[in-house]
Design a binder for this molecule. Sequence first.
Ligand code: R5P
Length: 296
Amino acid sequence: MTVPLLMAMPGNEKAASKLAARLGWDLGHLEIRQFPDGETYLRLVTTPAGRVVALVCTLDRPNDKLLSLLFAAATARELEASKVGLVSPYLAYMRQDRRFKPGEAVSSRQVAHLLSSSFDWLVTVDPHLHRYGSLSEIYSIPTRVVHVAPLISQWIRMNVQNPLIIGPDSESEQWVAAVAQEADAPHAVLEKIRHGDREVEIKLGDLDRWKGRTPVLVDDIISSGRTMLESLRLLTAQGWAAPVCLAVHGLFADRADVLLAQAGARVVTSNSVPHATNDIDLTPLLAEAVSQIASL
Ligand code: R5P
């Protein structure tokens, strides 16, 4: 049987080459550049004919990436790849899952429709499901989800003495409790009210019984960083040490990484989005998921 092919979209070269090495798949190449007028030129340098092809493309800053990703998938299909899969460790556009005001685009459904039409399967990491029970509510293709909680617990066990695991809101309670249990640490959840994209109100509640422990704030995403920054501000105002801020996906809009570091936090993320804070490697879990779904 022909060895499947992994191809990295721009910025995903390191993730793709680690994944290819782990899977024993070939690493293909594509060429991509912009014409002077801003349109995209794309060429699959490695021929995909008759092979399973997986494109690796994490989807932070998705508007810059989606169109060329769809071009690459369509080209692989036109050139007779037997299947075209997507490995997208960070899956974008999961947060608008409802029409809150008349006329709003429910972009999670629309992006799911686009990707489901272009790919035969999808592997991703802890998508922000919120009001969806599972990806199958909006994705019509087979999907595999990698869960990072065990790796987060392991990181905490190996790197933090006497931790208190803190989730930012009640929605995260179940996830945070599981992380804490595996890390053999107590946990608490804060109360969060979001007033706008960049405005969050946090209530700490009574954490006094754990005073002296190292606070570890865990969340699925750091986007504007307001959730982490506000939690950190309240904790330090109450005499806690600056926390470790741990997230699956570090998007770091608005220089959130710089602001968190300036506020004294140690910031740690998984390598779902390449960043200097990456200290949790997803390659083995991604490889397992890709190998399962590709053999369907
Ligand atoms: C929200 O439900 C998520 O779990 C995160 O708390 C949120 O996405 C973080 O966003 P930001 O960094 O902009 O506060």
